[in-house]
Design a protein around this ligand. Structure first.
Ligand SMILES: Nc1ncnc2c1ncn2[C@@H]1O[C@H](COP(=O)(O)OP(=O)(O)OP(=O)(O)O)[C@@H](O)[C@H]1O
Length: 799
């Protein structure tokens, strides 16, 4: 118990020392501060090194630090002499070199902005090693010696006064064991094994060799632990050779500390029982241990590392608009209020109170009717109220959900533009922790409206021509470009109109995904759309397979596991970016390709949410033959810009309202029950151009993100062994199958990122070539070629 208490106390003492300062440094400040530390580390090292040559001569000059006449021999003159005297003589002796290393390392970490947690660990362990080494060396020094420094010497005399020399040695050994146990996971067993083996090795060596030989000890420790261990052994050897020549009695001397360590295992066991942490560790699986070690050594996997210098576009690329910001026109408000009250009074509807909320394009008048007034009566008067207010786009919400009031939305005479800049700059967007945050615009109460595409999980967008669909799509893409690194999200863009999304060509190698053999990443040809959609289905199946193997339920969990290095890339695991499929002009696609497009879209919409594929589909014509029941059922998030008829509004929103919008980005958003009126943020083509240019000018991946290959069903091949007709991946496939000794199409699908059809054809061709056996039902086919050499021979003989 007492032990525990002291332990917790010492922890409490150490933690505040290494607490991070709360202020944040800018990248320039990091560079300046980091390089200062690097230089300081180097200077300390030079001064310390010089101390061993010039330290004695400089002793006399130390007291005259301020005098300019007195010169020091130290390579860094007086400052060097003073620092090295302070650290080595008065401080920790030779162990002070570690200080210079730690300062240097801190500089590197700060300059390159690397994981600070590791740096903290280096400092904690480094300081402990320094103290241990100074006490260790202090043990051998008889005066204030440079080996252990004053601190090392004083601590030694302190210990020796109370527990004697033997006690001090045992204490040092105990601290060393504790260090090895905590830092490298060494346990009692390892020590017993280690010394037993060492013992037998020594015995063997004594028997076989006549000469002095240092003993080599095998063990299961990690390389780092081995280094430390061997350093320890060398010291034992050094002392041994100093004292007397090696004889048969020598190893026996060495065995003494071993025996001491053996007996020491008893108190150690007690400690284990006290804490019981060891038992918990044993329950953790091997991969967890390995991944923890990997994370400790290398930090979490960072998907952004390949483009670590990537810079997000600055806000300045987006334009400020003059007509931004709401101006309240008191007269207009009064006028509208009076008219509403008057009109309703004409129909004998009394009003208890009225309140106005001013938005960027519309003002919401919230009315509390007098008791006994039926809501349907007000709703029926919609057109009459609109007429008397002589304004377009009046929408009556009766009642406003959750409020018990009736809302009348009246367009402002002077609508204001909601700039993309203002929504991107908003705290709500900047601080959002969403997976795929989209800043759509501002609500009627002038709040920035941010939603998570990953939660939607798919979105349908409709609106008559010229009402703001393309601007809406650009707003979605811009939001993601401002928030997501190229490693985290990829776009598949389908643009039958050929002009709307072409600007995004510039970021092909950063953000776009495409089919392996296609030239352009942006798909404008309807037949290619079918291939791409099917390819996305294959990607979806592959991802599900990977998630299944990793025992994860969704992409977020999978990626978190991968980042924690719990999934082995050699097993086909990789960091999976989100994929956002954007289809502009869906009606056109459905008209030309019909079922061929509808089926994969419906499949993706039904299943792709968990594996991070999200669809955004926009259409001018929201008629029922375009937005079919099956598609509608799987697109819970809908956006309606102004449409021309109530029927269209019903198709998209399952209710009227979209026909009463005023256009120019005025839109309704629903993700289930509630409908929210939003003024879509405006982002103009030149702004998008600037953003894509900014990103496009930066270092990119070698090519766009490749989707799995899809070959249409109809292009099947015969089973004959015609070499000329073979798939171009035939050889690669053969090598994979022979190396894995497993004749399965799904293996090829995974390794070569192929569709099922092509993988199946490859298997057929491999069968025809005699590389795999015949079809065996659910079992994988037999592989008839034992190794790659035999495969080379077989293929060479064919030609
Ligand atoms: N959020 C907005 N704020 C202000 N004006 C807008 C907004 N959205 C669109 N507009 C105006 O409406 C015009 C047409 O918008 P957009 O090109 O997005 O329409 P569209 O629905 O895509 O048309 P089409 O289907 O013919 O391509 C824009 O040029 C712009 O002037």
């Amino acid at each position: 118990m007492a032990k525990k208490k002291t332990k917790t106390k010492s922890k409490a003492k150490t933690t505040p020392k290494f607490k991070k300062p709360s202020f944040k440094l800018s990248s320039q400040q990091k560079l300046i501060f980091g390089s200062l530390l690097i230089i300081l580390g180097i200077l300390m090292f030079i001064a310390f090194l010089s101390f061993f040559f010039t330290g004695k001569a400089d002793q006399s000059t130390l007291s005259e630090f301020a005098s300019r006449e007195v010169e020091s021999q130290n390579w860094l003159n007086k400052l060097g002499a003073w620092i090295s005297d302070f650290f080595i003589n008065k401080g920790f002796g030779v162990a002070s070199f570690i200080f210079s290393g730690l300062v240097f390392l801190s500089g590197i970490y700060i300059t390159l902005d690397i994981n600070k947690a590791r740096l903290r660990r280096h400092w904690i362990w480094g300081t402990l090693i320094i103290i241990w080494l100074s006490v260790f060396f202090g043990f051998f020094s008889h005066k204030y010696d440079t080996l252990g420094g004053t601190i090392g010497f004083e601590m030694n005399t302190f210990f020796q006064d109370y527990i004697g020399k033997i006690g001090t040695v045992l204490l040092l050994i105990f601290v060393l064991i504790t260090y090895l146990a905590i830092r490298f996971g060494v346990n009692g067993d390892t020590f017993v094994k280690l010394f037993k083996r060492a013992k037998t090795d020594i015995k063997n060596e004594i028997n076989t060799s006549e000469d002095d030989q240092t003993f080599v000890v095998d063990n299961d420790l990690t390389a780092e632990a081995e280094e430390i261990k061997s350093a320890f052994e060398l010291k034992v050897d050094d002392t041994k050779t100093e004292k007397e020549p090696v004889s048969t009695s020598q190893p026996n001397d060495n065995l003494e500390p071993e025996l001491k360590v053996d007996t020491k295992t008893e108190p150690k066991k007690e400690a284990e029982l006290d804490i019981e942490i060891e038992t918990v560790e044993e329950e953790v699986s091997e991969t967890d241990n390995l991944s923890d070690k990997l994370v400790e050594d290398f930090g979490q996997f960072d998907p952004t590392l390949e483009l670590s210098k990537f810079q997000f576009p600055p806000l300045d690329l987006l334009k400020k608009y003059d007509t931004e910001g709401i101006t309240i026109n008191q007269e207009e408000l009064e006028e509208n209020k009076n008219r509403i009250v008057e009109t309703l009074n004409n129909y004998k509807i009394g009003i208890a109170s009225i309140k106005a909320t001013i938005g960027p394009t519309v003002t919401l008048y919230e009315i509390v009717p007098e008791a006994g007034v039926r809501i349907s009566k007000i709703k029926n008067l919609e057109d009459d109220i609109a007429l008397s207010l002589s304004a377009l786009g009046i929408r009556i919400i009766a009642p406003i959900p959750g409020k018990g009031t009736i809302g009348i939305e009246v367009p402002n005479k002077n609508s204001t533009i909601v700039s993309m800049r203002s929504v991107i700059a908003s705290q709500k967007f900047q601080k959002s922790e969403m997976e795929l945050p989209i800043a759509f615009g501002k609500t009627i109460s002038n709040e920035t409206f941010v939603v998570d595409l990953a939660k939607m999980p798919h979105m349908l967008m409709a609106g008559a021509t010229g009402q703001g669909k393309s601007v809406g799509l650009n707003a979605v893409l811009t939001s993601l470009l401002y928030k997501k690194h190229p490693a985290e999200v990829k776009f598949v863009l389908v643009d039958p109109k050929k002009v709307e999304l072409t600007l995004f060509n510039k970021i092909e190698r950063h953000y776009l995904a495409k089919l392996p053999d296609s030239e352009d990443a942006i798909i404008t040809d309807n037949t290619k759309v079918i291939n791409t959609l099917n390819s996305l289905c294959i990607e979806m199946d592959n991802r599900y397979e990977m998630l299944k193997n990793a025992l994860c339920r969704n992409l977020k969990e999978y990626n978190a596991k991968f980042k924690a290095r719990k999934l082995n890339p050699n097993d086909g695991h990789q960091f999976l970016p989100y994929i956002v499929l954007v289809v502009d002009e869906f009606a056109d696609l459905i008209m030309t390709a019909g079922k061929e497009v509808e089926t994969p879209i419906a499949r993706l919409a039904q299943l792709a949410r968990a594996i991070g594929i999200h669809l955004i589909i926009a259409t001018q014509r929201p008629s029922v033959n375009v937005i079919t029941g099956i598609i509608k059922a799987n697109f819970p998030a809908r956006i309606a810009f102004r449409v021309t008829s109530k029927i269209d509004s019903r198709t998209i929103l399952d209710g009227s309202g979209a026909d009463q919008l005023i256009g120019r980005g005025d839109m309704l958003y629903t993700q289930g029950n509630d409908i929210t009126r939003i003024q879509c943020a405006f982002v103009d083509t030149p702004e998008v151009e600037k953003i894509t240019e900014f990103i496009g000018a930066q270092k990119a991946y070698p090519e766009a993100y490749l989707l799995p290959e899809y070959v249409g069903e109809e292009s099947g091949t015969s089973l004959d062994n015609n070499i000329a007709d073979r798939d171009k991946l035939f050889r690669e496939a053969a090598e994979i199958i022979v190396t894995a000794q497993q004749g399965s199409a799904s293996l090829l699908q995974r390794k070569l990122k192929l569709g099922y059809n092509r993988a199946g054809r490859l298997i057929d061709q491999l069968e025809a070539a005699g590389i795999v056996g015949g079809f065996e039902g659910s079992k994988a086919r037999q592989v008839l070629v034992p190794d790659l050499v035999a495969l080379d021979e077989l293929l060479a003989n064919e030609t």
